[in-house]
Design a protein around this ligand. Structure first.
Ligand code: DGL
Length: 274
């Protein structure tokens, strides 16, 4: 029986994290779940994101995942704490659910030289204030200023495969100009949504050269690998046959087609119901 690491996102964005995880931990088994039928999560209320995320967690536990990674900033910002504190103790005290915000914050605090950090994210992630709060908590006062910009059009651009369109260029340019207007001294930028690395080609065009962009997929994967080394009792329960499964709440064919573009390889997907 496979006991994979569950990787969850509202759609395709989490694939940017999965891709890096597979590079860092190639022999582990992974089960990717995209809730494409209900994407985007970024504009939904706290209660709805919590409800959807909890359904995904329960489903992935039924698929025997000892550990789940929310490869989604919105779910990490709006649902993770409640699930860890209120649900896990009763539904699965011996399993773990981890998110992407804490490792990103720790890394951004290390990266910034002048303490000016910018966060681009979905409306939900930005309104939750998770990044500024966590940056304050974990940066040991190295981060003196955090500015944020919600980019509500970016996820639909990715989900609808409009990455190379003029529309993508228009919205990305506008949001980046906005965040630099809020703080022209930014030296570190967090792409606080796992969909955004898919837009990097355009993002890079509008960002001053000295500004560093945090690569969330890579950071989360490295931190996860360190976490598993420290938690060997959990690590031992994850199967290691280098097997990756893909599941979606929408059409499997559409998922296979689009996900292959993002992963850079052909893959098979299955439709499931939450
Ligand atoms: N990829 C997600 C994130 O990191 C979710 C985006 C969305 O569904 O709006 O926030």
């Amino acid at each position: 029986m496979n006991t994979p690491i569950g990787v969850f996102d509202s759609g395709y964005g989490g694939l940017t994290v999965l891709k890096e995880m597979v590079k860092v931990m190639p022999d582990y088994d992974f089960l990717y779940l995209g809730d494409n039928a209900r994407t985007p999560y970024g504009t939904r209320s706290f209660n709805v994101v919590y409800e959807y995320s909890l359904q995904a967690v329960k489903y992935l536990f039924k698929q025997h995942c000892p550990l789940i990674i929310f490869a989604c900033n919105t779910a990490s910002a709006k649902a993770l704490r409640n699930i860890q504190q209120l649900d896990l103790p009763t539904i699965a005290p011996d399993r773990r659910v981890l998110g992407v915000i804490r490792p990103s914050v720790e890394k951004a605090a290390e990266m910034t030289e002048n303490g000016h950090v910018g966060v681009l994210g979905t409306v939900g992630t930005i309104i939750s204030e998770s990044y500024p709060i966590e940056l304050k908590k974990w940066s040991d006062q190295r981060v003196i200023s955090t500015v944020q910009e919600a980019c509500p059009m970016w996820v639909p651009i990715v989900e609808n495969n409009e990455i190379d369109s003029e529309g993508a260029e228009f919205f990305i340019k506008r949001n980046i100009e906005n965040i630099f207007q809020k703080d022209k001294d930014l030296d570190t930028l967090i792409l606080g949504c796992t969909h955004y690395p898919l837009l990097l080609k355009i993002i890079n065009k509008y960002i001053p050269e000295h500004v560093e962009i945090l690569d969330q997929g890579q950071i989360v994967s490295e931190k996860l690998s360190e976490y598993l080394q420290k938690h060997s009792e959990l690590e031992k329960r994850i199967s290691r046959n280098a097997n990756i499964e893909f599941q979606t709440t929408e059409s499997a064919e559409t998922f296979e087609e689009k996900a292959a573009l993002f992963m850079g390889q052909q893959l098979k997907a299955e439709t499931i119901h939450l």
